[in-house]
Design a protein around this ligand. Structure first.
Ligand SMILES: [Zn+2]
Ligand SMILES: [Zn+2]
Length: 356
């Protein structure tokens, strides 16, 4: 464009030249010396000799911008003279200079704009790269977190399964123990029932023996009374014998008979006494046996009581104790939380992935 304009300048005629843009020469730098054209003997553009004296072949004009001498061919244009505030003759040098300056300015501005646009673009791209990097870093972090949480979750799950297994084993053990104790208790109860029956039998037997004893005692009492009576009779008979001995020997016979009866009674009494002693010894033995059995029963009762206490302890004791149950609950809650966290992180991640 610049070259085209220069060419146009060359071919144009002076007065026909279009009045250019005022801004083209608005900041033109004017020389200090405004009389230089007077000394110029040649056109400063084409070096054709020119002058005002008319000897030479070209008329000398004055460029109103550089104030130098030029020929008419080299100053066919006018331009806005900011000092004089009107369009004035301009030499080809000055015109070229202004055009050059103008276009250079335009280009440099365009270049500047393009450069700054480029800079902006670069900055924007850098920013985008940085943002993308941040997002990628964040994504990597989140993926690491998810992996960690997964590991932790797996570990917790394994622990929980182990705890559950241990608790189940404990429960099975306790069930087995309870069964054993119940069987033992059942056996002891049966034994106690047997003993009670035995005791009942023994008590019945004792009662019978006691009744018999009482009866025997009554009999002994009766016999004693009879004995006493017989002794009394004996005494009286002895007295009679004493008194009659002197009187009649015939009565000796009677006396003898009396003595024999007496002897017989004494024998019976001895026998009864022996029987009584035997019965008492037997009685004592039976009482001792009863005492022993009662002690035995007492001991059994104690054993039963102990076993019952043990049983009730084990029955009331929960198979899974409170602390363990709490622990299991806590662990379950934690696992749930972690699962929620994973879901949340996943949704975050998917949101970030959707973003451009
Ligand atoms: Zn010239
Ligand atoms: Zn000039």
């Amino acid at each position: 464009r610049f070259v085209e304009l220069i060419m146009a300048t060359d071919s144009g005629s002076f007065l026909e030249s279009p009045k250019g843009d005022q801004s083209l020469t608005a900041d033109f730098e004017f020389p200090k010396n405004r009389n230089q054209w007077k000394q110029d003997k040649n056109c400063i553009v084409c070096y054709t000799a020119c002058g005002s004296l008319g000897i030479t072949n070209a008329k000398k004009y004055r460029c109103k911008f550089c104030f130098r001498g030029v020929c008419s061919k080299c100053s066919t244009r006018t331009a806005w003279q900011p000092e004089l505030q009107e369009y004035k003759r301009i030499c080809r040098n000055c015109y070229q200079k202004t055009l050059e300056k103008h276009y250079m300015q335009g280009y440099s501005e365009e270049l500047k704009e393009a450069k700054s646009a480029n800079e902006d673009y670069k900055i924007r791209i850098d920013q985008e790269i940085q943002e993308k990097k941040v997002i990628i870093d964040e994504r990597v972090k989140i993926e690491e977190q998810i992996e960690e949480l997964r590991k932790e979750h797996r570990k917790k799950k394994e622990e929980l399964l182990k705890t559950i297994e241990a608790l189940e084993n404990e429960k099975t053990d306790l069930d087995t123990k309870t069964d054993t104790i119940e069987t033992q208790l059942y056996e002891v109860k049966n034994e106690v029932d047997g003993k009670n029956q035995q005791i009942y039998k023994l008590e019945t037997a004792i009662k019978k023996i006691k009744d018999k004893n009482d009866k025997d005692k009554d009999e002994i009492g009766e016999l004693r009374e009879k004995l006493a009576e017989a002794q009394d009779e004996n005494v009286s008979l002895l007295r009679k014998i004493e008194s009659k001995r002197s009187l009649a020997p015939a009565e000796n016979k009677k006396e003898k008979k009396q003595k024999e009866r007496e002897m017989k009674l004494m024998e019976t009494l001895d026998q009864l006494n022996d029987k009584y002693r035997d019965l008492e010894t037997k009685n004592q033995q039976i009482e001792e046996e009863i005492k022993k059995t009662e002690e035995d029963i007492e001991e059994r009762d104690e054993q039963i009581k102990e076993i019952k206490e043990q049983l009730s302890e084990q029955v009331t004791k929960p198979t899974i104790n409170y602390d363990e149950e709490e622990q299991v609950k806590e662990l379950r809650t934690k696992v749930q939380e972690q699962q929620n966290e994973i879901v949340r992180l996943k949704s975050q991640l998917s949101k970030k992935k959707k973003k451009p």
